[in-house]
Design a protein around this ligand. Structure first.
Ligand SMILES: Cc1ncc(COP(=O)(O)O)c(C=O)c1O
Length: 387
């Protein structure tokens, strides 16, 4: 049967991610030491798990309203106000999504018509280009450079703006580089957004995993709340990747359209996850601090090891990734990752997976035990001796 003729152009246009072959290869090998997956190695803190169990035992096995439980939305509104002094009305300006992933998809679908452009600083999270493509939009990648600590250069962003630009999608703290955007840079981006009347989408899913310097919540900048969609989630900060819960906040006129789509596609976020997330906001802070302290210990260790091996590397300031350059080896990042996997059985992600600007780098995730990180670094050191 000719299935292609039955498929939409949109579906046929989707390509497998360039690193699928690499992950297929890793999946077929035994005893692979993996620093490739972007999720906390910690289990969800116990009181949060218990809140989920309690919810089920109390018979909370039904749908909730589309936007999510009122008590959760209220707790989230209070949480953001406490952290950043920004107020989102729990009934009109925020709603719960299936992870930051669904929020990203909705925002692309809500903002982009075919051929509309969205500027994305890269290297960036792998889904950004994918959701833009599904929406029919066009991604305009703007490289963030090593020599600029992987922060954005506002002049480069300005140069990428065209009459078709609808929005800028920021992802800081950054997966995969660990960069945070400085307040000065963000103020420049805010100025550009105002000047060109653009929407800013700020994916701040790693907002609590910050070590040096301060994370600026983009909508808190003067005049930005009214033109920003803030995306966040529980996966990274609270070690809740498997629960699948996140959120979107922003101007009611945009959020409402996103919520209409959410209503037809998802209905509502898993009820157990919502009740667990409410507990996370109420009692999770001390656990987040503990996890961040441990990530920090690993961050400093892995940074020093990579430096001692002679790899050009920037000390990450947020999230749990480090992004060393391997350009001097003469291998592409894919070749390097494949050979490293085959010879040393360690999986890391080729930088090219995160956009063209990631070529020549590797993403190493240090949300893994010290023991595994140490062993992986020993093997990397051995592997590098051949170059
Ligand atoms: C930058 C960034 N945004 C969003 C997500 C999506 O996370 P989730 O759907 O688990 O909330 C991820 C996951 O890796 C990420 O790294």
């Amino acid at each position: 049967m000719d299935y292609e003729k039955h498929l939409s152009d949109r579906a046929l246009g989707m390509k497998p991610s360039g690193i699928r072959r690499f992950f297929d290869m890793a999946a077929q090998m035994d005893d692979v030491l993996s620093l490739s997956v972007g999720e906390p190695d910690f289990d969800t803190p116990l009181p949060i798990i218990q809140a989920g169990i309690q919810s089920l035992q109390n018979g909370q096995t039904h749908y909730t309203g589309n936007a999510g439980r009122p008590e959760l939305r209220k707790a989230l509104s209070i949480h953001l106000e406490k952290l950043y002094g920004i107020h989102y009305h729990p009934d009109h300006e925020l709603f719960m999504t299936v992870g930051g992933s669904e929020a990203l998809f909705l925002v692309a679908a809500a903002l982009l018509d075919p051929c509309d452009e969205i500027i994305i600083p890269t290297p960036c999270f792998v889904s950004y280009q994918g959701v833009v493509q599904i929406a029919g939009g066009i991604t305009v990648e703007v490289p963030c450079k090593f020599e600029n600590q992987f922060d954005m250069n506002p002049a480069d962003i300005a140069a990428a703006i065209t009459p078709r630009t609808k929005a800028i999608l920021l992802g800081f703290p950054c997966n995969p580089t660990g960069a945070i955007a400085t307040r000065e840079t963000l103020l420049e981006i805010a100025r550009l957004a105002e000047e060109h009347d653009l929407i800013v989408v700020s994916d701040e899913i790693y907002d609590q995993i910050v070590y040096d310097g301060e994370h600026t919540c983009f909508p808190t900048l003067p005049g930005m709340k009214e033109r920003t969609i803030l995306l966040g989630g529980f996966s990274k900060d609270f070690a809740m990747t498997g629960w699948r819960i996140g959120y979107a906040c922003g101007p009611e006129a945009i959020l409402q359209r996103m919520l209409f789509m959410h209503q037809y596609v998802i209905m509502c976020v898993n009820t157990t996850a919502q009740d667990a997330a409410t507990a996370a906001l109420q009692v999770g802070e001390e656990y987040v601090l503990e996890m961040v302290e441990e990530y920090n210990r690993r961050r400093l260790y892995i940074y020093q090891r990579l430096k001692d091996m002679g790899l050009p590397v920037i000390l990450p300031r947020g999230a749990f990734y480090i992004f060393p350059s391997i350009a001097h080896t003469g291998l592409t990042s894919m070749e390097f990752a494949e050979q490293f996997l085959q010879q040393e059985k360690v999986a890391v992600v080729p930088g090219s997976a995160f956009g063209a600007a990631g070529e020549g780098y590797l993403r190493i995730c240090y949300a893994s035990s010290m023991e595994k990180i140490t062993e992986a670094m020993n093997r990397l050191e051995r592997f590098l001796r051949q170059f």
